[in-house]
Ligand binder design. Sequence first.
Ligand code: SF4
Length: 74
Amino acid sequence: MTYGDGHHRRVEEDNMKYHVNESCIGCGLCEGTCPEVFSLNNEGKAVAKDIDTDDPQAMQALEGCPVGAIEEVK
Ligand code: SF4
């Protein structure tokens, strides 16, 4: 029984929602990394779409934010 690659499956538990908090400095990095989820609003701050995603780029954007403004929403 080897289902070792199971974590690659699109299972609901792996999906994550993201939220940008007020420490965002509007650098645009997250939008560049994962435009599917992040975009800059007309105040120059990033906002995350209200979607569940398992897109690894979204996690990459979270990790790449220079001020740690991106949070996971459970
Ligand atoms: Fe804001 Fe961080 Fe995105 Fe830059 S990477 S726009 S600081 S949330």
